[in-house]
Write a protein that binds this ligand. Structure first.
Ligand code: PLP
Length: 374
């Protein structure tokens, strides 16, 4: 069998033509496609506003700035995530605090979140790991009780549903990523959605250096050429051709999701009765977007199974290594941090191939190889 990656993009002729069209236009960046993409994406998730940025990490960073997260603040997130979910807090000079995960959903455990709240806690960044929505009602209850901001890391969760609503308009802000392994891609890219006009204005401000052209926000008005820098932001802009690609991809999101859910169903059916494999939990009232399909096996065989699958040309992966165990974190204040469930999960998981273009034959081959090992 040829090599089967764990994830990959789907690019068609329409995508290619959409990019070419922009390359021939007047604007390569900060033209009409950015706003058009933002409006279409916001509409898709049911949010009022969206601000597109250079990548998902930049989107998280700007969301933290817009939330006013700064030195001395603490922000609670999950250790079972890509480093970006915690790094964005460090970029603001604040401290990420890692809550343990729930051993069934693998998402942040709300009891652990509540136990870690101090008078410095400013925000919670729940991560919808694999596309399975977190317990948002409980997270919102905690946030309300302690007056915290909620920024959802929904990099895995384009199209995921919580109690009949799409992820993207439930909290103060929600971040998505358009990296090629995610549901839709713009090459690199990310977006923050919100229903709050003030946050929307701040997101736009910090995306471009903290520079405003709105006279209402300026200390004085010097003429029609005049702009002012009123905060310290970054250049996290996304290009027009990336947004054209993102928009073209967004047209196929329903197809992409349907196929991912089909693949998950087939894996579930193949593995649910296999001794030694735990399939992902499906929580009532939620509809996972299945960015990843993660199986759990006994930790004594995880490594051999991983190597066996790689030897058989299956590009399995492990998502994720608990963030606080990285040397950078260990050396910078996280020496003694321990999240038992997160470490237990990390030792037992393997991500199997999961993407729109995975064929039935390829999936059958993956299933057969996993079963043959056990
Ligand atoms: C992909 C991802 C991000 C953002 O990543 P970028 O590569 O910067 O777009 C953030 N959080 C999680 C959990 C992710 O998987």
């Amino acid at each position: 069998m040829h090599y089967i990656p764990y994830g990959r993009q789907d690019i068609n002729e329409d995508d290619i033509n959409a990019v070419i069209e922009v390359l021939k236009s007047d604007f390569l960046t900060t033209g009409p496609k950015v706003l058009e993409f933002e409006e279409k994406f916001a509409k898709y998730v049911g949010a009022k506003y969206a601000v597109a940025m250079a990548n998902g990490t930049a989107a998280l960073h700007i969301a933290c700035l817009a939330a006013g997260i700064k030195e001395g603040d603490e922000v609670i997130t999950s250790p079972i995530t890509f480093a970006a979910s915690a790094n964005c807090v460090l970029y603001c000079g604040a401290k990420p605090v890692f809550a343990d995960i729930d051993p069934i959903t693998y998402n942040i455990d709300c009891k652990s979140v509540e136990s870690l709240i101090t008078d410095k806690t400013k925000a919670i960044i729940p991560v919808h790991y694999t596309g399975q929505p977190c317990d948002m009602d409980e997270i919102h209850r905690i946030a309300k009780k302690y007056n915290l901001i909620v920024i959802e890391d929904a990099a895995h969760a384009v199209g995921a549903e919580y109690k009949g609503k799409k992820i993207g308009a439930l909290s103060d802000m929600t971040e998505f990523s358009f990296h090629p392994v995610k549901h839709i891609t713009s090459g690199e890219g990310g977006i923050v959605t919100t229903n709050d006009e003030k946050l929307y204005e701040k997101l736009k401000l910090y995306r471009t250096h903290g520079i405003t052209r709105n006279p209402d926000e300026m200390s004085k008005y010097d003429g029609p050429w005049y702009y002012e820098q009123i905060g310290l932001g970054y250049n996290y802009r996304i290009t027009d051709f990336q947004c054209a690609l993102g928009m073209s991809q967004l047209k196929r999101i329903d197809k992409f999701l349907k196929r991912r859910r089909e693949i998950a169903k087939k894996y579930n059916e193949a593995f649910e009765k296999v001794d030694g494999i735990t399939i992902p939990a499906q929580m009532e009232g939620t509809n996972s977007a299945y960015h990843l399909y993660v199986i759990k096996v006994d930790k004594s065989i995880r490594r051999q199974l991983f190597e066996f699958l790689r030897e058989n040309n299956i590009g399995v992966n492990v998502h994720y290594i608990p963030v606080y165990t990285f040397p950078y974190y260990r050396e910078n204040g996280y020496k003694d941090v321990r999240c038992e469930n997160a470490e237990e999960l990390y030792e037992s998981i393997i991500s199997l191939p999961m993407y729109y273009g995975l064929t039935d034959e390829e999936q059958d081959y993956v299933i057969e190889k996993v079963k043959s090992f056990l």
